[in-house]
Design a protein around this ligand. Structure first.
Ligand code: HEM
Length: 354
């Protein structure tokens, strides 16, 4: 076997469950972004901490799931009483919630004493205590990992189920990039279809379908309805992104809905306002993550083809497009095949990852 052929076979990967891979990919990216820490595998303690924290959040953040949400006095019952399972869970989750900010922060602060200097001072000129960077960095690390993994999985699922979209995206990439070159963010204006694939991935599989619950600080008026201070407000993000009037045939993965005459259509509602939440607490990572998704999708589609996996009889396996519900929603586990588009593309990937 020639060198390039052996490299190629190494890169052909049938993924038994792609949703297992994406959390390590995004977890590693978030660790690098927040703490400049390098993680090479999903076994990394800090990547796992973020995954565990998100699982805990998924189990607890749906208001009303536990009786204690409605009757706070239940928090005083002893742990050993039958039905007090929520207390045992809460103490386990608390350990994770404490470890998530503290462990990576300690790791970094012992190596880089200038971190506190970098964080600077508050508006009154007072130096921040360690609590501020500790919690700020953890909210970025924890907030970015699982959400991004969800959209990465949605993208691989869409490419498996909608090969015509993938083909169109690859044609655009091939036309714009001279062969042997990876895309760069500065190529964005020339690659509107890839931008539309990012938008459609965020719309097709809303990451936080019911948003994070908000509570009103003051009375509010909504079309004549009084919403008293203290009310919980649940924004149905999924309903907005599946609104037939704005997005006809919403279950189809159709990036063209964002385009007109080969350009992004400014008249299509800007979904970023819905997929990333609302008001003051709107996702602060939204600009960063859209670029991260763009460069990831563009690089993957430049070099790889994603297709259905086949079973032992050679029959294609069509993944179920359904979701695993939760505060952060993920596509159900699915199989797919990821292989380089050609020997040249295999060489490109091998050279970039050497
Ligand atoms: C596909 C990716 C992402 C989606 C769909 C998403 C979506 C959201 C949503 C819906 C919220 C709640 C907004 C609200 O309360 O109205 C949120 C909050 C937040 N997100 Fe994201 N997010 C993503 C990626 C990221 C990334 C990459 C980061 C960090 C780099 C991040 C950091 C945060 C933080 C810190 C909050 C809490 C903000 C606050 O409560 O003030 N997110 N995100």
């Amino acid at each position: 076997m020639s060198t390039s052929a052996s490299k190629l076979s190494l890169l052909i990967v049938p993924y038994p469950d792609l949703t297992n891979e994406t959390p390590s990919m995004s977890g590693a990216a978030m660790l690098d972004l927040t703490y400049a820490l390098n993680s090479q595998s999903g076994e990394d303690r800090f990547v796992q901490l973020a995954e565990q924290a998100n699982q805990a959040l998924g189990e607890t953040a749906n208001t009303g799931l536990y009786l204690v949400d409605a009757f706070p006095m239940l928090k005083y019952i002893p742990r050993w009483i039958p039905g007090a399972d929520f207390k045992r869970k809460a103490s386990k989750f608390r350990q994770i919630a404490v470890a998530l900010p503290e462990e990576p922060f300690k790791d970094v602060i012992t190596k880089d004493l200038s971190l506190m200097e970098t964080f600077g001072r508050d508006a009154k000129g007072v130096a921040y205590t360690e609590d501020v960077p500790l919690k700020t960095l953890a909210s970025i690390h924890g907030g970015g990992a699982d959400t991004t993994a969800s959209t990465l999985s949605a993208f691989f699922l869409a490419m498996t189920l909608f090969p015509e979209v993938q083909y169109k995206a690859q044609r655009e990439l091939d036309n714009v990039l001279s062969s042997g070159r990876f895309p760069e963010l500065r190529d964005q204006p020339s690659l509107p279809y890839i931008t539309a694939v990012v938008k459609e991935s965020l719309r097709w599989k809303p990451v936080i379908p019911l948003n994070v619950v908000h509570r009103l600080m003051v009375d509010d008026d909504y079309h004549g309805y009084l919403l008293p201070r203290g009310s919980f407000v649940v924004a149905t993000i999924r309903a907005l992104l599946y609104d037939e009037a704005a997005y006809p045939d919403p279950s189809s993965f159709n990036p063209d809905r964002f385009l007109k005459n080969g350009e992004l259509d400014p008249n299509v509602p800007d979904l970023a306002t819905a997929a990333f939440g609302f008001g003051r607490r709107m996702c602060p990572g939204r600009h960063f993550v859209q670029d991260l998704l763009w460069i990831t999708f563009a690089s993957v589609l430049t070099t790889f083809t994603i297709s259905k996996a086949v079973d032992e009889n050679g029959i294609e396996i069509t993944p179920d497009a359904a979701d695993n519900p939760g505060l952060i929603s993920h596509p159900k586990p699915f199989q797919c095949m990821i292989r380089p588009r050609s020997n040249m593309h295999a060489e490109m990937v091998a050279a970039a990852t050497d």
